[in-house]
Design a protein. Structure first.
Ligand SMILES: Nc1ncnc2c1ncn2[C@@H]1O[C@H](COP(=O)(O)OP(=O)(O)O)[C@@H](O)[C@H]1O
Ligand SMILES: [Mg+2]
Length: 264
């Protein structure tokens, strides 16, 4: 994938910089596709820091964070996980969708995130790992309204005292972001698509629809136009068809909106 420069439309990089300098960990809260991962990548790059990442799910185990024993050529070695690696190297650890993690995993994480910034490697030698000076942790969570998300225990929340809210951007900013990803033609159609996305987002916010399109969709729409697709088709394939998952009534509701905006 091509690298697209992150557009820092709400000064998030500055907040990350201040938090980093103050040694405070950061939680980014926002729905999917609002640029959380891009923001963190851009920040790490600007700091010339290596980024260790983990994307949490119900299947994430402590061993993914801490590490596990492996047998190679008859000897048992310990393969350190992302948490230990990032602590040793003193770089940035990116904990994506941390509220999808199970309680026992969070508990182990909490050990490292507390003010002493250290963890006992009980799985291996029992060594006490102390994080290097510049160790920095950024977590993300989806708002609780999103299905499948759990509430983060207050104790874990308190380890991230700086909280950045990342919402869908205002229309003109979204247009600017989308244009970073495509050739720059089709501006009026892209504006229409952003309006459509915002209509669907608002309906999803009040639970009239089950799905809220992200910046990924408005960017995908623009890319299809770049490849010669009509805006009506692109709207159908990117924004409309997904709603058939929730049945014909839901789909028809969105189809009517698309027809009214992009024609028959
Ligand atoms: N501010 C921005 N500047 C440039 N691209 C952005 C910006 N915000 C979102 N994007 C693009 O939108 C898409 C989704 O962003 P991503 O960082 O993956 O979101 P999230 O991690 O919140 O799900 C990516 O293609 C990303 O490049
Ligand atoms: Mg992401």
């Amino acid at each position: 994938m091509e690298e697209v420069q992150y557009l820092d439309w709400n000064n998030s990089i500055q907040i990350l910089n201040k938090a980093f300098e103050a040694g405070l960990f950061v939680l980014i809260i926002g729905p999917k596709g609002t640029g959380k991962t891009s923001l963190v990548r851009d920040f790490a790059q600007s700091k010339n820091m290596n980024l260790q990442s983990i994307n949490f799910s119900l299947r994430t185990r402590e061993s993914h964070l801490v590490g596990s024993k492996t047998l190679t050529d008859g000897t048992v070695t310990f393969d350190e996980g992302v948490l230990i690696k990032s602590m040793r190297e003193g770089n940035t650890l990116y904990l994506d969708e941390i509220n999808a993690a199970e309680a026992d995993v969070l508990l182990r994480l909490d050990e490292a995130l507390d003010d002493r910034r250290q963890i006992v490697l009980k799985e291996s030698t029992g060594e006490l790992i102390k994080a290097k000076e510049n160790w920095f942790v950024i977590g993300t969570i989806n708002p609780l309204t999103h299905s499948g998300t759990k509430e983060l225990p207050p104790q874990i929340l308190s380890r991230f005292p700086v909280r950045i809210r990342l919402e869908y951007p205002p229309e003109d900013i979204e247009l600017e972001i989308v244009k970073k990803h495509v050739s720059g033609k089709h501006e009026s159609e892209i504006i229409q698509a952003i309006k459509l996305a915002n209509t669907l987002r608002q309906a999803a916010a009040v639970e009239e629809l089950f799905y809220s399109p992200s910046l990924r969709e408005t960017i995908a729409f623009a890319k299809l136009l770049d490849k010669g697709m009509s805006s009506k088709d692109a709207a159908k394939f990117v924004f409309g068809n997904v709603y058939t998952q929730w049945g014909n009534i839901e789909y028809q509701k969105v189809s009517d909106i698309i027809t009214s905006m992009f024609g028959n």
